[in-house]
Ligand binder design. Sequence first.
Ligand code: AMP
Length: 270
Amino acid sequence: MKIITSIFELNKEIKDYKNVGFVPTMGGIHAGHKSLIKASQNKKSKTIVSIFVNPTQFNKRDDFKKYPRNIRKDIAILKKMNVEYLFKPSAREIYKFKAKKFNLKKKDKILCAKFRTGHFEGVLNVMNRLMTIVKSKDLYMGEKDYQQLYLIKKFLSKKFKARINSCPTVRVNKNIALSTRNKLLKTNSLKKAAEIALFLKKIKYKSKLHGPKLASNLSDYKKKLENKYNIKIDYLEFRDEKNLKLNNFKSNYRLFVAYNIDNVRLIDNF
Ligand code: AMP
């Protein structure tokens, strides 16, 4: 595996991106990331993974500082998976050129955008830069971060004529979604998070049977979960898969959640 840290090196190394799939990450490689890499390897002859913990998407300095990093372990995993390229730039390298800034309109300030001011502006900024640098036409991204996927498709896929290939969420024992942030959780909180995921999965299932009635009970479920697990839920909402509008149970939808446990913010959708 070639480990590349500069744009210059990258351009020298990869001249033709036609058969290169791109998997952007913030590291702490887990089975969720691995599924994206495998999806790329199934379709493309080469894969480039980036690891960059992007400072501009963290709306809290402390969250950025404590974000789990383990580059040695990541490199070992990627090598074992026969990934051809790892792009591991510094913040200086990524932000050394001028690029468009993104502002979300009111209608996009929903779900996480409502609770994490500036977060998606930071995500779009860095993805715009990464897609300018890594000229792959096939990106592999997870449904775990559904709103991110939605916004990148909306704002960037046309500009770069790139396909954003979405991959299903990988879970532990069919409940808690794998996430680098899980490493920050105490064992007891991990257990709670797994129970919460199972509960929400059931609600989603029930909603298929009694849609509108269940939607009107959602705030009760929210309170119940908050009290039982001593967590703070930012949102628990059914939204349309296609446009993230509040759902009317007529088209495909998902149940979106974000909550804080042990001072760690977890997001998921079912
Ligand atoms: P991150 O390193 O958390 O920024 O995630 C990098 C990519 O991996 C994003 O496209 C995420 O949506 C995706 N991802 C994170 N967790 C999972 C998971 N449990 N299953 C599938 N994809 C995931």
